[in-house]
Design a protein around this ligand. Sequence first.
Ligand code: 5AD
Ligand code: FES
Length: 347
Amino acid sequence: DLKELINKLRDTQTLSKNEWIRLIDGRTPELADYLFENAREVQITHYGHDVYVRGLIEFTNYCRNDCYYCGIRKSNLNAHRYRLTKEEILNCCKTGYELGFRTFVLQGGEDGWFTVPRLADIVSDIHKNWPDCAITLSVGEMEHDAYQTLFDAGADRYLLRHETYNDAHYRKLHPASLSARHRQNCLWDLKSIGYQIGTGFMVGAPFQTTENLADDMLFLKELNPHMVGIGPFIPHHDTQFASEPAGTLELTLYLLGLIRLMLPKVLLPATTALGTISPTGREQGILAGANVVMPNLSPTEVRKDYLLYDNKICTGDESAQCKNCLAQRMESVGYHVVVDRGDSLNV
Ligand code: 5AD
Ligand code: FES
C-alpha cells in the first residue's frame, strides 16, 4: 500500500530505487493529499509558517553553453543579450535591501566577461555594503579554485542544479562537451569548500523517465544539499524542444512533497516556473511543502531578455510589485514572508 510507503519515507527519510518508482508511478489525487498533509506538518515543525525570500538578480544572459532546453543558449541568435554593470547590480541590492531582502542571488549564463576577479570584486563589494546579507551565486560550472576564490570574497551559497543524475539522459539534454559527472563533481567541490549548496532538476524534461526521477531522489539524498530547486520544464520557442510538452503542476507538487519528507529541513523554493504553468502554482507549492520564494530584483528593462522558457511571469513588473505580490500570495494560504537571511536548518 502506497500510504505505507509515504509513512516509511516520513519515518525513515529513505526509500530504495524500486520504492521511489512505485511511489511516483502509483500516485493518485488521494495519495497526493495524504503526502501534502504530511509534508506540511514536517515543514511547519521546522520552519513554522515562515517563507523565506531571495532577491534574484539576473545579471547577464550571455552564455557559452548550449543546453538544448534553454532560451539563452549560445546558439539562439534571436536572444537579445545584455550584461548589467557592477553599479547596476549594486543598485539592485540597494533596492532589495530596502524592500527587506537579506539574500541576493546573482544568477547568469556562463559569461566569460565576468571573470573570477570581476565576480569576486562584485561579491566583496556587496559583502562590504550589506554585511548582514547572504550572497548566493548561480553562474554554472567552474574549477575548484575559482569557487574557492569567490567563497573567500564573501559568497555564502551556490545554486547549481544537477539537471538529471543519469548520464544518458543528461546527454540528451546537453551537447557532448557537458557531462552529468562533471556537474556533480562541481557540487561536491562547492560543498567541501563550505558553501551552502542548492541543486535540483526540471520536472517533465524531455526524455525523462520515472527511473530518472528515482535516481534524482537518490542523488539528492546522497548529496544532502541545503536547498533543492525543482520546477516544471517549459518549452522555449527558439530551442529544439519548442514543441515538447511542459512538465505538469501535478507531478511537480508531488515531488515537492516527497522531497520535503526525504530531507525534512531542506530549503524548498516554489519556483517562478511553477508560477508560470499555473496562476496559483507557487501558493500550491507552499502547501505541498515548499518554504522559499525568489522574486525578481532585476531591472525591469532587462527582464524580458532573461527568458529561459516561454511566458515567464513577472517580466513587466517592478521589484517592489513582485515582492508585494508574493507577500500577498503567501498570506492568502496562511504563510508569511519574513525579513531574514533564511539559512538552511539542513546542516
Ligand atoms: N524550462 C524550465 N526550466 C528551465 N531551466 C532552463 N531552461 C528551462 C526551461 N526551458 C532551468 C534549469 C537551470 C535553471 C537556471 O533554469 O534547470 O538550471
Ligand atoms: Fe512578480 Fe507576482 S511575483 S508580479
